[in-house]
Ligand binder design. Sequence first.
Ligand code: CP
Ligand code: NVA
Length: 306
Amino acid sequence: MRHFLSLNDLTADDIRSILDNAHARKSARGDKPKGTVDDDAPLAGHTLAMIFEKSSTRTRFSFEQGMRQLGGSAIVATSDTMQLGRGEPVKDTARVLSRYVDAIMMRVKSHETLTEFSRHATVPIINGLSDYNHPCQILADLMTLEERGLTLKGARIAWVGDGNNVAMSFVNLAAQTGIDLVVASPNGYRLQGQEVERARAAGAKITLTDDPDAAAAGADALITDCFVSMGDDDYDARLEMLSPYNLDEARVAKAKPGAVVLHCLPAYRGQEITDAVMESAQSAIWDEAENRLHAQKAVLMWCLER
Ligand code: CP
Ligand code: NVA
């Protein structure tokens, strides 16, 4: 069974086939109304359960609409309205929901909840963000970079800011895609060294630095995320340490001309990114948000082997 918990688990061919399907399906839809079903309705009759332990706008709406477009349907719940929130064990919930639906997407506080769910479920489990990573987001990011004309192999991708869950998903696919990943973060907010070493051992090209301008220099793409993620409680310390790592016009100017700017959203203008950069021609942020829909449809098809 194909779970989608981390891009570590996917081969280069898996990633390529998901991206190719996402591009093809996006272009095949054209201007059809957004709630209409794709011509081939590949997931007709299928249902996705979605469980949220944390807030979401993009993940929730794009998965639900994605299932509709694939011919299927979705059932959404927050964990605090489920018996899970009153202490029903994860393993019991996993087995019961597996009897009702064909796949389960979860956004969790702890990645361990996802892995435990996947051990007991008998249907595919999809990671809609954990404290460890956010694989759906990065497939949408790769799709967006390709739309802007970048070839992933050898592309210099600069992550500037917190070495967080979203950054980790770039580490998790650096080896399979051949990207040249540079991550600039301050002391205390760096990526877990062990994970970076594991990716390097698999062939990934990853440079870690504490110099945000050096990371931006010559980059094909500049990417950041909020400085304070859901669940972080050290707000003031984070802003103090991470403020010098923001994406402003001066820093973007150090990258290659026309370098693509991405941000997974939600964004906090004036913290990790300026309004001018978000609204600039180099920003592909709105396409990136749209591509969550197309990339996740391809993930759903991959998990269900359609
Ligand atoms: N980027 C992203 O995952 O957004 P949401 O938190 O709104 O789902
Ligand atoms: N790093 C952010 C991403 C939100 C989509 C968080 O975990 O809150």
